[in-house]
Ligand binder design. Structure first.
Ligand code: FES
Length: 181
């Protein structure tokens, strides 16, 4: 039921107009607040997050610096924790081996005492220079990430796990070498 206004004076009319304006401003404010909150919730879904670690392209220094490290350490594989790979001194060059065991996916560490990679889960062993299987249940060598040298000479490892060199035969194939000495 709509009640008629009892105050018909000019002051009453002004009061009613002010109330209406106040209501409008309040409604507008509430709408703007709701839109702002909605934007804050929705926008992050459209933002492309920068990929860090596994999946990113990781610079590992110059070719010379990598081979200098091999020389100084009796070819100890160089671990990159974020990228989940080892740089390995392969015959005639360097490769980046994804440290995911090809048996059931455990993270494969370097075993300095054994001078080979030794998976802690079920004992698969991988060769120091090629990451081919030397023993255990692993069905194939560790996968390799692609490496390129950028114009400045820095080596860049592409750690996209969907774009690996997936070696099926358990032998070293020189064709898999992308960076030569
Ligand atoms: S996961 Fe590595 S040996 Fe089974």
């Amino acid at each position: 039921m709509i009640r008629p206004h009892t105050d018909t004076t000019v002051a009453g009319l002004i009061g009613r107009i002010k109330r209406r304006q106040l209501l409008r401003v309040g409604f507008l404010g509430a709408t703007l607040l709701a839109l702002t909150e909605l934007t804050a919730i929705v926008v992050p879904f459209f933002r492309v997050n920068k990929i860090l670690g596994l999946g990113a392209k990781i610079a590992v220094g110059s070719k010379q610096s990598v081979f200098d490290q091999f020389k100084a350490s009796n070819d100890t594989p160089i671990l990159n924790v974020e990228g989940k790979f080892f740089l390995i001194h392969a015959p005639g060059g360097v490769v980046a081996a994804y440290r995911k065991c090809t048996h059931l996916g455990c993270t494969v560490p370097w075993n300095a005492g054994e001078d080979q990679f030794h998976c802690p889960c079920h004992g698969s062993l991988y060769d120091k220079h090629t990451a081919v299987v030397k023993g255990g249940p692993a069905p194939k060598p560790l996968q390799l990430f692609h490496i390129v040298a950028d114009p400045s000479g820095a080596l860049i490892v592409d750690t996209n796990p969907l774009n690996v060199i997936d070696r099926q035969a358990n032998i070293w194939n020189p064709k898999d070498l992308e960076i030569t000495e």
